[in-house]
Design a protein around this ligand. Structure first.
Ligand SMILES: Cc1cc2nc3c(=O)[nH]c(=O)nc-3n(C[C@H](O)[C@H](O)[C@H](O)COP(=O)(O)OP(=O)(O)OC[C@H]3O[C@@H](n4cnc5c(N)ncnc54)[C@H](O)[C@@H]3O)c2cc1C
Ligand code: SF4
Length: 525
């Protein structure tokens, strides 16, 4: 049975690792009919030299294809799948080492069962020395176990799989899904009820050291993983999701509906938008829908949705999640701020914005925006950014936030926020504070815990009161004046900030210095 091996290499690959990997693919008890190597963008001279050497030495075996620019693994593999001559394709990563009878064992499975379309295996992980194994990644073996496992974690070790080209094309190939292109493809293969299996043998030794973690992107990987699992959870339970995205044309936050299983659009909801979200579009949909859904929003938005659901008698079918909140700044301030930043930096349009850009971890917050056409970016620490000054001080929240009924009450099943305070001060990845208000909320948390999707520790409610804001802020006496000045066309934001915020910051810095002195005297951190 003839087959292709598909590999994709990019400029960051270590030339020595590539050599070891190619040798392991060539020296097989059942060799491949062709090795298709995709060069994902320009490579270093060392990598090109190695590829040329192997191409010369094993002429006829290697077929090398070059992409003009680095497009990322998913796209490079899609291109590669098309380039493979044979219907059976073995995937291999360019820094891993296949065991000598890897292909022999996999081919046997395809001969045994001609309905089989995807066959993976177990892996052993090493750091530098392939002889020193640090761990294993065991995946389930049978179709039934794989299906069950896929609802919690990736059921295949992607670097071990051998698949049928036609099935991959039929399932829609690799699709844009940062870090999870392969997982998402397997889910679609499973949805089409194709026959799949894993062999209970280690067929690839995988390099899994610090470099791999680095390539996976640390914090961004953790975030993407969270979003993906949230989406998969929605898939499993067939829940639509309502959440808040940023509308770039209108320059405002708005709630939208993402239908169950739409894992690519769910990304739009990720990240806090420190603005009041426009609910006009979704309120009608919520009152008419018969689908189960998960709604995430501010406590007052959740209270409104809860009311509708109770009236319709379907509250028990839905999961409501609200956020821990001080308040949201008014659009008077935000629009003025955008104008201020655009004119100061020469931005024409804001094509990307992140109100919580976690460049240096989750505790230190940056605001980030970019105009792609002008190739201009703005990235500023919260302590120096004028929007954050207003947000932190709370002088220009929406009027209702000064008389909010939901500081210590909630209509949600779960309330989420950040676990500020000293308990997790050394944590680098981010810790959420989650409060279960209802049995459904508690069960949802238990479900996540059982699945091993998240690590959950239980603490008392005192932590909530210690680090959150359970009382309404005091509305400043100059609130109306401030809003009027912000709303006027020709007023200057910096001058308004100086007028209404500087005293507060002077006072806070003064308090900060006193606290610092007391800490030094008492010698605690
Ligand atoms: C305006 C605002 C103020 C906040 N203040 C605090 C605070 O003082 N203390 C604290 O601990 N946490 C606060 N949070 C919550 C915190 O920022 C995180 O959203 C929360 O910890 C969940 O983080 P996450 O990374 O899991 O999810 P995230 O990626 O942050 O997203 C959670 C969900 O929030 C929804 N969302 C985002 N922006 C809005 C919005 N403007 N209106 C309605 N829904 C929105 C989205 O639908 C998204 O699905 C605030 C959030 C917002 C939006
Ligand atoms: S603080 Fe209260 S009123 Fe303001 S957005 Fe949050 S829940 Fe609504």
């Amino acid at each position: 049975m003839e087959f292709s091996v598909l590999m994709s290499v990019y400029y960051k690959e270590n030339p020595e690792y590539l050599k070891l990997s190619l040798d392991s693919v060539i020296k097989q008890t059942v060799p491949a009919a062709e090795i298709v190597l995709i060069k994902d963008g320009p490579l270093t001279k060392e990598l090109d030299d190695i590829i040329n050497q192997y191409g010369d030495k094993y002429a006829g075996l290697f077929r090398v294809f070059s992409l003009e620019e680095n497009v990322g693994l998913g796209k490079a593999l899609n291109y590669g799948v098309q380039c493979c001559k044979y219907d059976l394709i073995a995937r291999m990563d360019t820094d891993d080492i296949a065991v000598p009878n890897r292909f022999e064992l996999q081919i046997k499975e395809f001969i045994k069962d001609n309905e089989l379309v995807l066959c993976g295996a177990q892996i052993a992980e090493f750091e530098d020395n392939p002889q020193v194994i640090n761990g294993y990644r065991k995946v389930p073996l049978t179709q039934k176990e794989i299906l069950k496992f896929s609802k919690k974690r990736n059921p295949f070790n992607h670097m071990t799989v051998m698949f049928r080209k036609q099935a991959i094309l039929d399932a829609g190939k690799y699709q844009e899904m940062p870090y999870f292109e392969d997982y998402w493809l397997w889910i679609r293969i499973l949805q089409k009820r194709y026959v799949v299996k894993n062999i209970d043998k280690i067929l690839v030794n995988v390099r899994a050291g610090a470099e791999m973690l680095d390539r996976r992107g640390g914090l961004s990987y953790a975030r993407a993983s969270y979003i993906f699992l949230k989406a998969t959870y929605g898939l499993e339970n067939n829940y639509d999701v309502y959440g808040c995205r940023y509308n770039y044309a209108a320059e405002e936050a708005e709630h939208v509906q993402i239908t169950a299983g739409n894992t690519s659009d769910i990304n739009q909801l990720s990240g806090s938008k420190y603005l009041q979200s426009n609910m006009a579009k979704v309120m009608q949909e919520i009152s008419e829908t018969k689908n189960k859904f998960l709604f995430i929003g501010t406590p007052c938005q959740v209270a409104a949705v809860d009311k509708i659901l109770r009236k319709k008698g379907i509250r028990e079918d839905c999961i409501l999640v609200d956020l821990i909140f001080h308040g949201v700044p008014s659009y008077n301030m935000y629009k003025k701020y955008l104008k201020f930043i655009k004119s100061a930096l020469g931005l024409i349009t804001v094509d990307e914005i992140s109100f919580r850009y976690k460049e240096k971890g989750w505790r230190e917050i940056y605001i980030y925006m970019a105009d792609f056409q002008q190739q201009k970016e703005y990235c500023q620490n919260q302590s120096k950014d004028i929007f954050y000054k207003f947000f932190e001080i709370g002088h220009c929240y929406m009027e209702s936030c000064f008389e909010c009924n939901y500081r210590t009450t909630s209509a949600a099943d779960l309330r989420i926020g950040d676990y500020w305070g000293r308990k997790y001060k050394n944590d680098k990845t981010g810790v959420s504070m989650v409060i279960a208000h209802t049995r459904r909320g508690y069960d949802t948390l238990s479900h996540l815990k059982l699945n091993g999707n998240v690590k959950i520790e239980e603490h008392g409610c005192n932590d909530y009161y210690a680090v959150q804001y359970p009382v309404n802020p005091v509305k400043p006496v100059f609130y109306q004046n401030l809003q009027e000045e912000l709303a006027k066309e020709n007023t200057d934001l910096q001058a308004i900030a100086d007028k209404y915020c500087s005293r507060y910051f002077l006072y806070r810095n003064f308090l900060g210095r006193i606290k610092g002195k007391v800490k030094n005297i008492l010698n605690y951190d």
